[in-house]
Design a protein around this ligand. Structure first.
Ligand code: KG4
Ligand code: ZN
Length: 338
């Protein structure tokens, strides 16, 4: 069978990325230009700045992706682009570039759901991995437990009712002065802290596998304020470790419970928080008890990148699911919605 080459484009938040992927599984190039240093001084992503940076970077990043793959635009079979969810101005930059290029070379355009992209990062990491499986998607904007029934069919078994897991890491890091992005900073600080030092709340719902992380953020804030009011200093490492342990407990218990309820022996983790070292250790430990195998993409495929978008686009391509030229950015696009 002929190889299918897809150019993937991702600009939903603060990473400008383009990649060339063969047959949905093999990376030929994956260029990621991150804006983290720019947004750091504001303590989070500033949407308007993100859009402007994407405008500056998108064409050079696409050029780099093609030249690193040793290919030209004409060699591509299709162009896949994230069209939601994400920041609308940021999404529009990638989408306009993808449409213009697809139109110019007469190749099909494929719209990709950002979360489906995160899930697909695992198809690149594990060439033999196939659905069905349970996926724990934990990023800066999303926390979902998804039953991935096949490449294009998703059932949401649980999701956050307020903050996303990564958002909680970012907000708590800010409270304890660790800066942005909070996830990696808390992960590092927690290694030198005592996770049993402070008992932060773990929220479970009786009848569902939903999450809630806004309470724990408030609990950290209250703890920090009360400690300082008493004239004491907080131990940043202990707060980081105790907070991380509470979030990870909930993520792991719900993910394992989802696998057990669905009779699935595979849990796949995706999104930026999948990079968390304590989550990895704890999920491995807990899954082993039930004979569940756990899959994580390498760190560079956990956070936003265009290779994952090209991989998800491949599974649309082989079903002939192409987008029209009037495809619009949908900031609140729901998983499974098309
Ligand atoms: O998937 P991603 O790159 O962007 C979104 O789609 O949101 O995820 C970014 C999120 C941020 O909230 C960041 O703090 C978190 O992933 N993150 C981590 C770690 N590395 C990144 N959270 C916990 N531990 C980490 N090691
Ligand atoms: Zn993401």
């Amino acid at each position: 069978m002929k190889d299918i080459l897809i150019l993937g484009i991702e600009t939903s938040c603060d990473e400008t990325s383009a990649a060339v992927v063969r047959n949905g599984r093999e990376i030929l190039s994956n260029i990621i230009s991150t804006q983290i240093d720019i947004h750091k001084k504001y303590g989070g992503v500033v949407p308007e700045i993100a859009s402007r940076k994407h405008v500056e970077l998108i064409l050079p990043v696409i050029d780099n992706a093609l030249s690193e793959a040793g290919l030209e635009l004409h060699d591509m079979d299709a162009i896949g682009v994230t069209y939601g969810p994400g920041l609308v101005g940021a999404l529009l930059v990638g989408l306009c570039a993808a449409k213009a290029l697809a139109y110019t070379v007469g190749k099909p355009l494929i719209g990709v759901h950002h979360i489906e992209g995160h899930i697909a990062a695992n198809y690149i990491e594990f060439p033999g991995l196939e659905p069905p499986f349970i996926c724990l998607v934990v990023s800066g904007g999303h926390s979902h437990i998804v039953h991935v029934k096949n490449y294009r069919e998703f059932e949401i078994l649980g999701q956050t009712r307020d903050d996303a897991a990564g958002e909680a890491f970012d907000k708590v890091a800010r409270i304890i002065g660790l800066g942005y992005p909070g996830g990696p900073a808390i992960d590092r600080a927690a290694k030198n802290g005592n996770k049993n030092a402070i008992n932060f709340p773990r929220v479970f719902f009786n009848d569902s596998l939903d999450f809630s992380f806004s309470g724990i953020k408030t609990a950290v804030l209250n703890y920090v304020n009360t400690t300082i009011q008493k004239g004491n200093n907080i131990c940043v490492e202990d707060v980081a470790a105790s907070f991380q342990a509470a979030v990870v407990d909930v993520l792991v218990q719900n993910a394992v419970e989802a696998a057990r309820r669905s009779n699935s022996d595979k849990v796949v983790v995706a999104g930026g928080v999948a990079a968390n070292s304590f989550l990895r250790a704890k999920l491995n430990e807990e899954s082993q008890k039930y004979g569940i195998k756990v899959f994580y993409p390498r760190l560079g495929l956990c956070t936003d990148n265009a290779a994952m978008v090209a991989s998800a686009a491949y599974y649309e391509y082989i079903e002939g699911k192409f987008a029209e030229m009037n495809l619009n950015a949908i900031p609140g696009l729901r998983l499974g919605e098309r």
